[in-house]
Write a protein that binds this ligand. Structure first.
Ligand code: AMP
Length: 218
């Protein structure tokens, strides 16, 4: 099963993709995580991407498309993948179609997780993750059960993304509305688009998503 999780920054794509990948044996491909890794490791790609990411702007299409092409051709993706954070422009969506055609694969569904802007800023500026296992938390909505200790792995170090500050979040939302939202009608026209209400609690969104995934995988 090959899926796209689409939606604004902070809408819950990553959280839901992590749950679905475990449930369905899929590989989560998060372009933001891949880019942050590249920046950390100081690769050529990382050096080129950093200034765009710091400004809350999209990294140029050609860099992203090459990165994704390599990733979805890796053997671990043979059973299926969840694209989380890609495509983010119509150009990227078209490039993805060509890549899938070339390798004889297809998309099963494109899931839009819909959340209004005013809710997003609050969500994003409060979030943090376990530095060891990547489990996501939030200052208000999802604190670790024991203060300072990860529920999942027991880790005690946490990190916050540099671009999760209010100013950069506003730029990221603008980029979403101007450059990414136009891919929604693109997928609507192919009949692949499904919409879930991302304002509900995490477990309810997972429940709604599971129903859709049962349908499209059957
Ligand atoms: P994310 O973790 O998905 O919020 O992505 C963080 C940042 O990485 C974005 O603000 C962009 O600068 C960059 N980025 C991630 N995915 C893409 C993409 N598909 N196209 C362009 N830029 C991207």
């Amino acid at each position: 099963m090959n899926l796209i999780f689409l939606g604004p920054p902070g809408g819950g794509k990553g959280t839901q993709a992590r749950i679905a990948q475990d449930q369905y044996g899929l590989v989560q491909i998060a372009t933001g995580d891949m880019l942050r890794d590249a920046v950390k490791q100081g690769t050529e790609l990382g050096k080129k991407a950093k200034e765009y990411m710091d400004a809350g702007q999209l990294v140029p299409d050609d860099l992203i498309v090459n990165m994704i092409r390599e990733r979805i051709e890796a053997p671990d993706c043979a059973n299926g993948f969840i694209l989380d954070g890609f495509p983010r422009t119509v150009e990227q969506a078209k490039a993805l179609d060509r890549m899938l055609d070339d390798t004889g694969r297809k998309l099963n569904a494109v899931i839009e997780i819909r959340v209004p802007d005013d809710e997003l800023v609050r969500r994003i500026t409060g979030r943090f993750t376990c530095a060891n296992c990547g489990e996501g938390y939030h200052d208000e909505f999802k604190k670790p059960q024991k203060d300072g200790v990860c529920d999942k792995c027991g880790g005690t170090e946490f990190s916050r993304r540099e671009d999760d500050n209010e100013e950069t979040v506003r730029s990221r939302l603008t980029a979403y509305h101007e450059q990414t939202a136009p891919i929604i009608p693109y997928y609507e026209s192919t009949g692949l688009l499904r919409v879930v209400d991302g304002t509900k609690p995490i477990e309810e969104v997972t429940g709604d998503l599971t129903k859709i995934l049962e349908e499209v995988s059957g």
